[in-house]
Design a binder for this molecule. Structure first.
Ligand SMILES: Nc1ncnc2c1ncn2[C@@H]1O[C@H](COP(=O)(O)OP(=O)(O)OP(=O)(O)O)[C@@H](O)[C@H]1O
Ligand SMILES: [Mg+2]
Length: 468
């Protein structure tokens, strides 16, 4: 007999055997119910365990039971499966549960009891099923003079797959489910804003950060926006890179520019993009370096530490002058304390952290703060460019083309106007007939003011620069 026909024969024999065992198992239920009345329970149990043993021997499937609790503590694999399967359930289940709490950004779905969810992991098919059983709890409780037995629901997931994928499921699929669940949970959590309370503590859980700014609506130079988004993407994906290079997984940004150019707006867009919490550190109310350290230690990972107006929030003296500052009891957070936080403490505790300083006066900052390597990116936010203007007009008026655009482009090259001013003007004139005409008038008037003027001895007004 040829090799292939031998193989075929073995295959058909084993298929026949498996189907025989399967039908035996199916009939076992029937037999059990019929014979229950005639046979003693011990005999029944013997038969049923033998059938169970046989079907196990020939079954190609393996089932892992994942219970909700391990003793009194929750089983993290169960919790992860619940979150992970929520994203799969909508595809393959007939019944799914939907929920949303105040802290969630979007709807969350989960598997309903007895529902099966199929998943495909690198070509391997697995099946999940949520099993819920009501069990009697210990003891009884007295309700309205009646003794009621307490019942509680015991939940578990059954994960079934072909035996040959056992290694892969344990070593790769389940860790993947844990990792994905963590990411899904974080994605779904609303960004929170933490501020300082009692000088040296963050305010509990913080408050929900409702700032709607995103990179889509932020009006900054288009090229800068692309660069920033790609920098953030690389940062988030950089776990391996930072590990390999021995660098701490953190990134520092210095945002500088005149008031109203979008520094705070950019921070909001970054937080919303990354879905990181913001820790707003007001250095003027932190007592000393020790409190500063504690605050930093009290932050969570995947967060942004923001120190606004770094030049004036504290007198960050040159280090030579620091001894004098140390004597000053009212102002004890020193520049070196802050630098230690950035370079030392910041580097060794926590991961996936971003630190942002903002200032209107970069030139007033101590060179130690500006030295290469301390802040990874220095971002200049300046007066409104035409590209930023187009974004603002789209945001406020919903238009992307207009005959006045060319004129405005020319005016923006001559007039220093902040995005905040443009935003203000567009808000004012949004409901008027010709909002852009009003804006042109506004830009003209700014241009006039820009020019130096003098009043002669006859009281006449003369413009020296600007438009005549
Ligand atoms: N680049 C921008 N894109 C969109 N809106 C902006 C931008 N810049 C400013 N605005 C508008 O102006 C308002 C003030 O801007 P923002 O607070 O971001 O400025 P800032 O640079 O942080 O100013 P300051 O230096 O005074 O803190 C914002 O709420 C927003 O409405
Ligand atoms: Mg600001």
């Amino acid at each position: 007999m040829s090799n292939s026909s031998q193989k075929r024969k073995i295959m058909s024999n084993s298929t026949a055997l498996i189907s025989a065992v399967a039908s035996l198992a199916a009939s076992a239920m029937l037999i059990r119910s019929i014979t229950r009345e005639f046979l003693p329970p011990e005999v029944l149990d013997f038969f049923s365990s033998q059938i169970h043993y046989l079907s196990r021997q020939f079954s190609s499937q393996l089932t892992i039971i994942i219970e909700e609790f391990q003793g009194v503590s929750r089983n993290q694999v169960f919790d992860a499966a619940e979150v992970y399967l929520g994203t799969k359930a909508t595809l393959s289940s007939l019944r799914v549960k939907a929920s949303k709490s105040e802290d969630d950004r979007k709807l969350a779905f989960s598997v309903d009891k007895d529902e099966e969810v199929c998943d495909d992991y690198e070509g391997v098919q697995v099946k999940w099923k949520l099993i819920c059983e009501m069990v009697e709890s210990y003891g009884t409780r007295h309700f309205n003079n009646m003794n009621a037995t307490l019942k509680s629901e015991v939940r578990s997931y059954e994960l079934s797959f072909h035996k040959k994928h056992k290694e892969m499921i344990f070593n790769s699929y389940l860790p993947y489910v844990l990792e994905r669940a963590k990411a899904i949970k974080q994605e779904n959590m609303a960004v929170r804003l933490h501020t300082i309370e009692y000088d040296c503590y963050w305010n509990g859980q913080g408050v929900i950060f409702g700032h709607p700014m995103t990179f889509e609506t932020l009006a900054i130079d288009a090229e800068l926006k692309r660069e920033l988004v790609s920098d953030l993407d690389n940062f988030v994906k950089g776990k391996e890179f930072y590990k390999r290079t021995g660098k701490a997984w953190k990134r520092g940004f210095l945002l500088y520019g005149p008031p109203g150019t979008g520094k705070s707006s950019l921070i909001a867009a970054m937080a919303n993009y990354l879905n990181y919490d913001i820790y707003d550190l007001d250095l003027t109310i932190v007592h000393d370096n020790k409190d500063l350290k504690n605050l930093i230690l009290g932050m969570s990972n995947r967060s942004i530490l923001v120190i606004e107006d770094i030049d004036c929030s504290i007198k960050l003296q040159n280090r030579e002058k620091e001894k004098e500052v140390d004597k000053d009891k009212d102002n004890k957070v020193t520049l070196s304390g802050l630098l230690n936080v950035i370079d030392g403490l910041w580097s060794c505790c926590g991961e996936e952290r971003i630190i942002i300083f903002t200032t209107n006066h970069k030139e007033r900052l101590d060179p130690a703060l500006l030295r290469p390597g301390r802040m990874d990116m220095h971002i200049h936010l300046s007066y409104c460019t035409f590209s930023a203007f187009k974004q603002l007009v789209l945001n406020y008026l919903g238009i992307s083309q207009h005959k006045l655009f060319e004129k405005i482009e020319g005016l923006l090259r001559e007039v220093s106007v902040t995005p905040a001013e443009i935003a203000g003007e567009l808000t004012k004139s949004a409901n008027t007939k010709e909002p852009l005409q009003d804006l042109v008038k506004f830009l003209h008037s700014k241009k006039m003011l820009k020019g130096d003027a003098m009043i002669d001895h006859n009281g006449n007004y003369h413009e020296l620069g600007g438009e005549k």
